[in-house]
Design a protein around this ligand. Structure first.
Ligand SMILES: [Zn+2]
Length: 281
């Protein structure tokens, strides 16, 4: 997970480019929801503005950092993710906020509550759950400061004011771990919530990245002139936000710079994992 620092005005402009009057229509429909104190599906469709979020996130799932892509034919693999559930909220683990039938109905059509996520993260993991540290849930507000009083466990990672998930989660080799002891509980919860340390596809993709990055780092330091130049170019690509599993890649490069022997051990563990997977197939 990483933060995508797009300015709110830029995101709003790209929403308007997709559908000029979406925001006004949504505000109109929200009034009705407010009156009825529940979200009822009307003509406004958030899929119409999905591409703005996909583009803002460089074609990557906000939660698991899988790169699905920005092409319009990939749209079906994406969900508009309501950060705070638009309807019913189910309790996740005890002590992470109560269930509710009505949910955050005021935010159903509020684009500031949207991100783009893959179906794995949205359907299989997030669903209508929204763990918070500090109940009660602020169902009757759209004010960000008031909503923040809930102390959500999951980071909202889109926008300049968003949480930075890299303050929360770092990686040792392929494995996501809490970055700092003070945020350990929250980080562990996020990792567990999305099974970021258990999905074999995610582990395999991160291992592939680490084995490649290790080669670039070795070539950068020990290669001939051409290998050094290639390695520097490739390293610039893998630390960019657009790169799949950028948090893992950046963490691994930091590990290599501070402890190359440990980085080598982690790279070898990734290689062993990839080898065992290829033999299973
Ligand atoms: Zn995902």
């Amino acid at each position: 997970m990483i933060r995508y620092s797009i300015a709110a005005a830029d995101l709003e402009a790209s929403i308007r480019k997709l559908k000029a009057d979406w925001i006004e229509k949504a505000a109109e429909e929200s009034k009705q929801n407010k009156k009825e104190r529940t979200y009822t599906k009307g003509p406004v469709d958030w899929s119409d503005i999905k591409q703005a979020f996909i583009d803002a996130q460089n074609g990557k799932c906000i939660y698991c950092e899988r790169r699905i892509g920005t092409d319009s034919d990939k749209k079906v693999e994406w969900d508009v993710e309501h950060f705070r559930p638009k309807g019913r909220v189910t309790e996740w683990e005890p002590g992470t906020g109560p269930a509710s039938q009505s949910g955050y109905y005021l935010l159903a059509l509020d684009w500031r509550n949207y991100m783009a996520s893959c179906k794995r993260c949205n359907s299989a993991h997030k669903g209508d759950r929204f763990p918070i540290a500090k109940p009660p849930r602020q169902f009757n507000s759209t004010d960000p400061a008031r909503l923040d009083r809930e102390l959500p466990y999951l980071p909202f990672a889109l926008g300049k004011a968003a949480d930075d998930p890299e303050d929360l989660i770092t990686f040792i080799g392929w494995k996501p771990v809490p970055k700092s002891p003070s945020l350990r509980k929250r980080a562990e919860l996020v990792i567990r919530f999305f099974e970021l340390d258990a999905s074999e596809d995610l582990i395999e993709a991160r291992c592939n990245a680490i084995v490649a990055i290790y080669t670039y780092l070795r070539n950068r330091d020990h290669g001939d002139k051409e290998a050094k130049a290639d390695a520097r170019d490739m390293l610039a690509i893998v630390v960019a936000d657009r790169f799949e599993h950028a948090n893992c890649a950046r963490s691994f490069i930091r590990l290599y710079e501070s402890d190359p022997n440990e980085a080598k051990l982690q790279k070898d563990a990734c290689k062993a994992y990839l080898r065992s997977k290829s033999q299973r197939r």
